[in-house]
Design a protein around this ligand. Structure first.
Ligand SMILES: *[C@@H]1O[C@H](CO)[C@@H](O)[C@H](O)[C@H]1NC(C)=O
Ligand SMILES: *[C@@H]1O[C@H](CO)[C@@H](O)[C@H](O)[C@H]1NC(C)=O
Ligand SMILES: *[C@@H]1O[C@H](CO)[C@@H](O)[C@H](O)[C@H]1NC(C)=O
Ligand SMILES: *[C@@H]1O[C@H](CO)[C@@H](O)[C@H](O)[C@H]1NC(C)=O
Ligand SMILES: *[C@@H]1O[C@H](CO)[C@@H](O)[C@H](O)[C@H]1NC(C)=O
Ligand SMILES: *[C@@H]1O[C@H](CO)[C@@H](O)[C@H](O)[C@H]1NC(C)=O
Length: 730
């Protein structure tokens, strides 16, 4: 296990190099989507695949198109737009070339594919950078204009790509896999409410969700930032793979319940992006205005022609007036992974149901194992009763954690569903999901607040039932800062409102978001709520990163009109900042896990021969050595003497960070005991190493805990001198 960190470093390096994706595969440029930019009249296209290879300077094409109008004389103009720059804008009068062979335009069916070499002069005009930047923003537009009248007879747009993107399946799998790994270790560790890993797991998932949510505003994001943020779409439980069965089922359900909005499709969504946004970056009005004079008769025949010919492959008409354009924010984000805008909530909802089913089955396996142990009297009697007593709280704590994780996705997309005028069943489900998640998150918050109202914060940390059940909310904070979880929940709620309901103004969204983030960072910096300085630094770091990144996104506000290349650069900078932050969190988690395994090995080798006292001494020394590089630095704030079980006291309430003068405060213990009828194990003093995990949970593995969750005062208070010994090691 000592090589674990090294392995993780290698994985992290691979991850970062994938994210930045600076390695060019092979230089090629191809059309990634084709659309009409005006209603097609002259030129109908079924297929338009063109690819330029830099290696052999050749163009391969596979085109199927036909010209259907007779007797029109047109001029063709070709426009190429890359990052808002137009390196090519030429207009050719087709009557002037090829001895008038194209004049008038012949009726012709063209279907063919070939690869032709281009002259060197052409290749030297293409800067090699276009083959290397991920998420190239560019498109080519061919317009045929009738010479005599100036009418647009055909307009076709094709987006260009070089195949590189910051959206990488490998990154999704790596981050998802590491999250699941962290989750499993946290699950194993979480019998103590104060172990650090579950909190780091939440931090990690919040970070992923934060990146994903930051791509949901009504902003003109560079494509590369949306692609980067799509790596974390899974953290919002947006799972999709092309035309999978779930999207088909949701399409059907919506169609049957009055949903009129577009269905999910497996086609590329980039074709439908609003032309004012990246990757089109075209602020010139679409040339479709000149076709408005078409008689309805012509239009109908054209439409029927189009629908006949385009059955094999959808080439859509996307103009600034058509209603199929995707606006910035949630529509572009979810459509890029082939989830229709109107399907987004149902996707989250179905994934939540699947998550609930998995959770229930895991918990029932736990129940069955407990029952089996009980039935066949496996294991020691005292251990069985400990497990039996601890299990309900453990289950409730994990339900609370999962609710906190699902809070953002469910609330954001439920709110968003309410802004759409679609299937009533989706709306019904979204209301149910909203109420369910609000109850699941708010009830524990209310219980915690009410408990403190009736007695005082220290009860939360001394009552084992409250600590184990509601610990995910408050246990990582100092007792006098127990309420620190509240702003996080409230801010998550307001963020959902901002994302979903204020989607008409990107500027308002980003300013409100910035205000919320600044408020959060000030709270962390001023109140310093965590039990160790390291944890405060860690959470301040995360909060500052969020403020900086939200601030940088001001450049994406459409009305500010930052040019595409600076926006692209800022998008890459944001992606790098977030990647580094994710690596920092991973390293932090890795350190904690590594320490866990080290400690386990140490305890294995020493526990049989030495006494409990001695082994915990070794562990503390190891802790002191390894923690000097991590956030949970025990030197920052010395641990306080632990409150006595039967005389609950919390020295931190009045005397923070001062271990030498603890003040005793008795609490109204009996009232808590009466209220919480479920705290069956309340009065029993559990042995220190009670957990069935072989680790030294609950207390030692946690760098943030001060209070032992389950009594055992004698051994804890005797740790104070031990820690001083370990301090002198440094
Ligand atoms: C051209 O496209 C068609 C339809 O997608 C396909 O069947 C055909 O194999 C392609 N030709 C080449 C040379 O790639
Ligand atoms: C198109 O141009 C050709 C040659 O210049 C001319 O003979 C023909 O009349 C033109 N047709 C139309 C519809 O203008
Ligand atoms: C391309 O150039 C023509 C003049 O040559 C101009 O009228 C047109 O607006 C240009 N297109 C764009 C998109 O700028
Ligand atoms: C082109 O093909 C279509 C069927 O795909 C056919 O109806 C039409 O007559 C053809 N046109 C020419 C000029 O061959
Ligand atoms: C150029 O290379 C590509 C792939 O590397 C190949 O498909 C294409 O046929 C080549 N073209 C020519 C003209 O050799
Ligand atoms: C969506 O798909 C369903 C069938 O899956 C279909 O009945 C419905 O008409 C489609 N809706 C739209 C807007 O295309």
């Amino acid at each position: 296990m000592f090589s674990f960190l090294a392995r993780l470093r290698v994985a992290a390096f691979t991850l970062s190099s994938l994210v930045i994706s600076s390695h060019a595969l092979e230089g090629s440029l191809f059309t990634s989507s084709v659309t009409y930019c005006s209603t097609p009249e002259t030129l109908l296209i079924q297929q338009f695949d063109v690819e330029y290879f830099a290696a052999n300077q050749s163009v391969s094409f596979n085109i199927s198109a036909e010209s259907v109008d007779s007797n029109v004389n047109v001029s063709a103009s070709l426009l190429v737009n890359v990052f808002g720059i137009e390196p090519l804008n030429i207009t050719i009068d087709l009557c002037g070339i090829l001895n008038g062979a194209l004049c008038p335009l012949p009726e012709y069916n063209f279907t063919g594919s070939d690869s032709i070499s281009l002259p060197d002069s052409f290749a030297s005009n293409i800067p090699s950078i276009v083959f290397k930047v991920p998420d190239l923003e560019g498109y080519a537009q061919l317009t045929l204009t009738e010479v005599s009248t100036g009418d647009v007879k055909a307009c076709v747009q094709a987006t260009l790509s070089n195949g590189l993107s910051t959206h990488q399946l490998a990154v999704e799998w790596a981050t998802g896999g590491l999250t699941i790994f962290t989750f499993l270790v946290a699950l194993w560790q979480s019998y103590s409410p104060t172990t650090i890993l579950p909190y780091r797991l939440m931090d990690l998932i919040y970070l992923f969700q934060n990146v994903a949510v930051s791509a949901l505003f009504n902003l003109n994001y560079p494509v590369t930032y949306i692609s980067f943020a799509l790596n974390f779409a899974w953290s919002l439980s947006l799972f999709s793979s092309g035309d999978d069965s779930m999207q088909g089922a949701i399409n059907n359900m919506r169609a049957l319940t009055g949903g009129g909005l577009a269905n999910s499709s497996s086609n590329s969504a980039v074709a439908f992006v609003n032309r004012k946004l990246s990757p089109f970056n075209s602020d010139s009005a679409s040339s479709s205005s000149s076709i408005s004079g078409l008689s309805s008769l012509t239009r109908r025949t054209v439409d029927s022609l189009v629908s006949n010919n385009l059955q094999q492959r959808d080439v859509a008409v996307v103009t600034s007036e058509s209603d199929n354009v995707l606006s910035a924010g949630i529509p572009i984000y979810v459509s890029t992974i082939n989830i229709a805008t109107a399907n987004a909530f149902m996707t989250v909802f179905l994934c939540t149901l699947i998550l609930i089913a998995i959770t229930l089955s895991v918990f029932s396996i736990g129940w069955v194992s407990l029952f089996t142990m009980e039935r066949f009297r496996l294991g020691h009697e005292s251990r069985r009763s400990q497990l039996r007593n601890a299990y309900p709280s453990w289950v409730r704590a994990w339900i609370l954690r999962l609710s906190l994780i699902m809070f953002t996705p469910l609330v954001v997309f439920a709110f968003y569903q309410w802004t759409l005028n679609d299937s009533w069943l989706s709306v019904l489900f979204s209301v149910i999901a909203f109420l369910g998640i609000m109850i699941a998150v708010c009830y524990p918050c209310v219980v915690v607040i009410r408990t403190v109202r009736r007695s005082e914060p220290s009860v939360l940390y001394t009552d084992p039932f409250l600590l184990k059940t509601y610990g995910p909310l408050h246990a990582q904070y100092l007792p006098r800062r127990y309420h620190f979880f509240l702003p996080l929940v409230i801010v998550a709620f307001f963020k959902a409102i901002i994302v979903s309901f204020i989607s008409s103004s990107g500027m308002a969204q980003i300013i409100l978001f910035l205000i919320l983030e600044i408020a959060l960072v000030l709270r962390v910096l001023l109140l310093r709520p965590h039990k160790t300085r390291g944890a405060d630094i860690f959470s301040s770091f995360l909060a500052i990163v969020r403020v900086v990144c939200t601030g940088l996104m001001i450049a994406f506000i459409q009305s500010i009109g930052v040019k595409p290349i600076p926006r692209y650069a800022i998008g890459l900078v944001l992606a790098v900042i977030y990647s580094i932050t994710i690596l920092v969190v991973f390293f932090n988690i890795a350190l904690h896990i590594q320490r866990l395994f080290k400690r386990r090995e140490a305890s294995r080798s020493s526990s049989r021969s030495s006494s409990l006292h001695g082994s915990s001494n070794t562990m503390l020394e190891k802790d002191a050595v390894s923690s000097s590089t991590s956030d949970s630095d025990p030197y920052g704030r010395p641990r306080n003497p632990t409150p006595e079980r039967n005389v609950p006291l919390d020295p931190e309430i009045n005397q923070p960070y001062n271990p030498s003068s603890p003040t005793t405060t008795t609490t109204d213990y009996a009232s808590t005991r009466q209220r919480d009828s479920e705290s069956t194990n309340f009065g029993s003093v559990l042995p220190r190493r009670w957990s069935f995990t072989p680790l030294h949970t609950p207390t030692d593995s946690s760098a943030l805990d001060h209070t032992p969750p389950f009594g055992s005062t004698l051994s804890r208070t005797s740790e104070e001198p031990l820690e001083k010994v370990s301090h002198s090691h440094d």
